[in-house]
Every structure is written in structure tokens, then in C-alpha cells.
Design a protein around this ligand. Structure first.
Ligand code: HMG
Ligand code: MG
Length: 298
């Protein structure tokens, strides 16, 4: 059955901007984060404490996380792949972090320079220190419906990595179709495998829209009871280690779909569409939200 309420995890400031070829100023990132909060988004992934040599665009994570005008009721989260990242995040007063693994060996190697097993070993002390510091940890699993290097990924492998991260202490597992190759039936089968081990209420859908299937895939998993959706305003983004992968599903499109289904989100679609229009103009990018384009034209 469909959920009554969906929590939107807005990843535009992180996933949306991490792949931008031209530098985006800290000031623009901070204004984006502020506008998203004003539109009613309650969970904003704002930065990434990764190596600036690997992802230069996230090199101002400290400035971003300390510069946010915090709103009550809004969670501002950051990615922390290792202890070094978590320690920096803690210094900046970050209140929630995420580790990111994958169901594909090759993708894990390209993305974080280690095997799946090594990645889980690295995450253990990160999760432990975060928990000691009272910081909830979200866990990402990438390539859940296919890998840019290996092709098909078995749902059982997705379930295995997800279950391990969940048992290690991640409070929620976000299932990433990193390359955006999934289709609805595949999404359901993958979710079926994972939800045998983890309650549906602890799972999130993080779908990229490379092949234009993300909304259809979301509809399929909403029907199964998924109630947390990751998305990016104006459909910004792409993964630096998944060549050719497009941005996340656009937040405006997701909210329009939810509104049509009578599912609440607490988000003001007009303000969200205006934010998508503003950020794409600011960084000189096409708006990839069909809803955003239609609303701004009308
Ligand atoms: P490594 O080279 O194996 O790490 O990289 P290392 O520990 O050997 O360190 C190498 C250098 O990086 C050292 O500097 C460290 O200090 C530095 P040097 O001595 O050479 O000057 N370093 C750091 N600097 C700042 N912050 C840190 C940090 N850690 C090490 N936290 C590492 C391993 C994970 C760091 C690297 O591979 C990396 O940063 N990768 C970036 C991966 C990334 O950001 N990918 C995109 C996000 S994931 C994604 O988009 C998918 C998702 O959206 C879900 C989906 O769509 O599926 C989440
Ligand atoms: Mg992503």
C-alpha cells in the first residue's frame, strides 16, 4: 500500500553539485540550502567530507556546513566515507552523516578505492564514533539495479550489503540506482530481496534518471510502501565515478507525483520549482525537472 507521508531527502547540494565541471561558490550552495529549507524540505544533504583531490567540487564542505543558517526541524547531513571525513564533520558541528558502499566490487573500487569488504571494515569505526557522538548514520548502497562496470547486479548481493550496513548500525539504508538503468519490475524485485532483511520503514529510494525511468521506478516502490525518497532539485547531478550517469530524479517531479497520489510531504511545490529555476540559472544548467519547467512557464 502507498504511504500517507513521504520524507524527501534533498541531495541537490551534494549529489547535484559534486559533478559540476565549473566551480560553484560556497555562497550559491548556502543560498540553495536556505531556499530548500524555506520550501519545507526537512532533510538536506548539504556536503561531502571526501578527498578534495577526488571530488574538488565538495572541497568547501567545512565552509558549507559551518555557514548554514540552520532552521529548526531541518536536518543538514554530510557524507563521511572514513574517520578523517567524520572527524572533520564533527568539528563543523554536523548532526547527521552518511557512509556509502555499493553492491558492485568494481564500482566500490572506482568510487572509494577499496573492495566491498574493506569498505565495510572502514565504515565500522566511522559508525562507532558517530554513535558515541550521538550522530545518526545513514547508509547508502550504490549500483542496486546495475553497475557501469559490471552490468547486472544480483538482488541478493544488494540485500547482503544492505543487511550488513543495517546491522552495523545505519538507521536507514538508501538504495541507489547510481546509473539510472532500473525499470519498475526490477526495482520491485530488488526491493523484495532487501525488505526480507530490513523493514520497509528503514529503506529509502535513491534513483538517478539517466534512462528516464526514475519516476516509474519510484511509483513501483511507493506501492510497496517505500516512504523515503532521495531527489535533487531541478534533477541536478551525476556521479563522478559513473560516467554518463544523469542526475537524480527531480524533486519537483517527485512532489508533483506525490501530490497527485494524495501523499503528504510538507513541501511547498511553488517554492521548490522557483528554487530549481534559480539554481539552474545561477550555475547555467538546463532545468531537468519537467514539472519545474511547466510551472515556471505557466
Ligand atoms: P584513498 O586515496 O584510498 O584514501 O581514498 P587515503 O586514506 O589513502 O587518503 C589519500 C589522500 O586523501 C590523503 O591525502 C588523505 O589525507 C586524503 P594526501 O596525503 O594524499 O594529501 N583524504 C581525505 N581528505 C579529505 N577528507 C577525507 C579524506 N580521506 C582521505 N575524508 C577516499 C579514499 C574515500 C577518501 C576517496 O576515494 C574519496 O574521497 N572518494 C570520493 C568518492 C565520492 O565522493 N563519490 C561520490 C559520492 S558517492 C555517490 O555519489 C553515490 C550516491 O549518490 C548513491 C548513488 O547514487 O548510488 C551516494
Ligand atoms: Mg547518487
Amino acid at each position: 500500500a502507498f504511504p500517507d507521508f513521504v520524507r524527501l531527502v534533498e541531495v541537490g547540494a551534494r549529489d547535484g553539485l559534486q559533478n559540476e565541471a565549473n566551480p560553484v561558490s560556497t555562497a550559491i550552495k548556502l543560498e540553495l540550502i536556505d531556499r530548500l529549507g524555506d520550501a519545507g524540505v526537512s532533510y538536506i544533504e548539504a556536503a561531502s567530507f571526501v578527498s578534495p583531490k577526488w571530488v574538488p567540487q565538495m572541497g568547501d564542505a567545512r565552509e558549507v556546513m559551518t555557514g548554514i543558517q540552520r532552521r529548526s526541524g531541518v536536518t543538514y547531513a554530510a557524507l563521511t566515507p572514513n574517520l578523517k571525513g567524520l572527524e572533520s564533520a564533527l568539528e563543523c558541528g554536523v548532526k547527521e552523516v552518511a557512509v556509502f558502499g555499493a553492491a558492485s566490487e568494481s564500482f566500490t573500487q572506482k568510487n572509494i578505492n577499496c573492495s566491498i569488504a574493506e569498505s565495510l571494515e572502514r565504515f565500522a569505526p566511522v559508525i562507532e564514533l558517530a554513535q558515541k557522538s550521538g550522530i545518526p548514520v545513514r547508509g547508502y548502497v550504490s549500483t542496486v539495479m546495475g553497475c557501469p562496470y559490471e552490468g547486472e547486479i544480483a538482488p541478493a548481493k544488494v540485500a547482503e550489503v544492505s543487511k550488513t550496513l543495517f546491522e552495523m548500525g545505519c538507521y536507514e539504508i538508501s538504495l541507489g540506482d547510481t546509473v539510472g538503468v532500473g525499470t519498475p519490475l526490477k526495482a520491485k524485485r530488488m526491493l523484495e530481496a532487501v525488505s526480507q532483511h530490513i523493514p520497509m520503514s528503514k529503506l529509502a529510494a535513491h534513483f538517478h534518471d539517466t534512462y528516464g525511468q526514475a519516476l516509474a521506478n519510484l511509483y513501483a516502490v511507493l506501492e510497496e510502501g517505500i516512504a523515503v525518497i532521495d531527489s535533487s532539485v531541478a534533477g541536478l547531478g551525476g556521479c563522478p565515478y559513473a560516467k554518463g550517469a544523469a542526475g537524480n530524479v527531480a524533486s519537483e517531479d517527485v512532489i508533483y507525483l506525490l501530490n497527485g497520489l494524495g501523499i503528504k510531504s510538507g513541501i511547498n511545490l511553488e517554492k521548490l520549482a522557483a528554487t530549481g529555476d534559480w539554481i539552474t540559472r545561477s550555475i547555467n544548467r538546463p532545468n531537468r525537472s519537467k514539472v519545474g519547467i511547466a510551472m515556471m512557464a505557466g
